[in-house]
Design a binder for this molecule. Structure first.
Ligand code: ARG
Length: 466
């Protein structure tokens, strides 16, 4: 392994892909600056699957000898096994995952290994690997989104008759069912799920065959490779294929939306579990204590989700900024696409998993919530609505109730005469999408139908093991 900062270790002979064009080895500082293996080793499985499919096609097309094709494939399967057993030591001086795997293959089968790269470049290779990686991760995230959605539905069903204040401007506004509030989050995660699904459909194009940028002189069969790797179609333009990272940016944007939704929910849980609200308690297993204040049970999980949202936004901006001034086609800048994608992937997986656990362990205090929802001021809209039923225009009714509240606020105690109960108020909103019992039951029914319909479509994490 090339040692960082060891200026004396520059190899005098050029080797690997430098053999031929270069007079000597790389400056060791530059070698480590240039290398991506420390992070792109994550793509090992996709890289090997892609190469196996490519070699299958090369042999089928008579571009390489079928026996050599089989030797390469067996060798790659062994390399995969070695990596998975932790037996392959990745080398910084071999730059990236592609060269590391090629060299590991050469160590097993000799120079035939070099034939796998016929009609291919690392440019289309890495474009393929990242697409496959993002496809797999999107499917995992979709599953995790479904788990969060299921948790929200279960809590909503169990708390159908708990009533709480609904808020605008974080001021008590109108009473709502807790289930109605929770199902609002279901809608967000449902849209997130759909967004990932839409993106995976859009990115379902196989870029291999584009080679460096212009395509290849060999008689390749791109459709065959697409089919072997479970892509629906091949990309249409070789230059776009090696330069395009739209799918990665879209993945990051979708990740930002998930994090933003999780962060809003986390913020509510922080508020609700505070002594000021006292609406719920978070499961002990997801809280931590204070080193000095024995009474503290801190909502760290929620706070971390809220904060990590920022780093995922940063990941999106980092990639968009890398892309914004790149001329066609491949530029080494594109190597900087991976760390944001990996960081966002880890953060979204972690946050969704933690949120599932939090939701499952939430305990609500129905009395505290009802008490807060029994604040007479919260009935103001309903009182105005009553006046409207007596024929008074709404704007006038609004002013009259407002004036009554102002005079009573001045006399500190609010008395409204016959104020509707929180139960009456939520039940008065019995249309579709409203907080009435039937409306919420309808939402839950639709949500379950959504889960059922899409559960069938949940695809395995990796569609081809090679
Ligand atoms: N490690 C490179 C990347 O991630 C692979 C492609 C390198 N291609 C090249 N022409 N240098 O983008």
């Amino acid at each position: 392994m090339a040692k960082k900062g060891n200026k004396t270790s520059r190899p005098r002979e050029a080797s690997g892909i430098r053999k031929g064009r270069f007079k000597g080895g790389m400056d060791p500082e530059f070698a480590s600056f240039n290398a991506s293996i420390s992070f792109d080793k994550r793509l090992y499985k996709e890289d090997i699957q892609g190469t196996i499919a490519h070699v299958t096609m090369l042999a089928a097309q008579g571009i390489i000898d079928p026996d050599e094709g089989r030797i390469i494939q067996d060798g790659l399967t062994q390399v995969l096994g070695d990596i998975e057993k932790g037996r392959l030591e990745f080398r910084d001086d071999l730059e990236d995952i592609h060269i590391n795997i090629e060299e590991a293959l050469r160590a097993k089968i000799g120079d035939i290994a070099g034939k796998a790269h016929t009609a291919r470049s690392r440019n289309d290779q890495v474009a393929l690997d990242l697409r496959m990686y993002i496809r797999n991760q999107s499917r995992l995230i979709m599953r995790e989104l479904m788990a969060v959605a299921e948790g929200l539905i279960a809590k909503s069903e169990n708390s159908l008759d708990l009533i709480m204040p609904g808020y605008t401007h974080l001021q008590r506004a109108q009473p709502v069912r807790l289930s109605h509030h929770l199902m609002a989050y279901f809608q967000m995660f449902r849209r997130d799920w759909e967004r990932f699904r839409d993106a995976t459909v859009r990115m379902d194009e196989m870029p291999l065959g584009s080679a460096a940028l212009a395509g290849t002189t060999f008689p390749i069969d791109r459709d065959m490779v697409a089919e072997l790797l479970d892509f629906s179609r091949v990309t249409s333009n070789s230059m776009d294929s090696v330069a395009d990272r739209d799918f990665a940016a879209e993945f990051l944007f979708n990740s930002c939306m998930v994090m933003m939704h999780l962060s809003r929910l986390a913020e509510e849980l922080i508020l609700w579990s505070s002594s000021e609200f006292g609406f719920c308690s978070l499961p002990d297993a997801f809280c931590s204590g204070s080193s000095i204040m024995p009474q503290k049970k801190n909502p760290d999980a929620c706070e971390l989700i809220r904060a990590k949202t920022g780093r995922v936004y940063g990941d999106l901006i980092a990639l968009l900024t890398v892309l914004k001034a790149l001329p066609l086609a491949y530029n080494k800048d594109l190597q900087e696409d991976k760390e944001p994608v990996f960081d966002a992937t880890d953060t979204v997986h972690g946050s969704l998993t933690i949120m599932s656990g939090l939701i499952a362990g939430l305990e609500f205090d129905g009395d505290r919530m009802l008490n807060a929802a029994s604040d007479p001021q919260i009935a103001a809209t309903d009182l105005a609505d009553r006046l409207v039923q007596e024929g008074i225009p709404f704007r006038e009714a609004h002013a009259r109730v407002g004036a009554m509240i102002r005079s009573q606020t001045e006399s500190t105690k609010i008395r409204f005469g016959s104020v509707p109960s929180p139960e009456e108020m939520v039940e008065a909103r019995r249309h579709r999408g409203g907080t009435g019992r039937a409306g919420v039951i309808g939402q839950i029914r639709e949500a379950k139908a959504f889960l059922k319909k899409n559960a069938e479509k949940r695809t395995p994490e990796t569609s081809h093991s090679g």
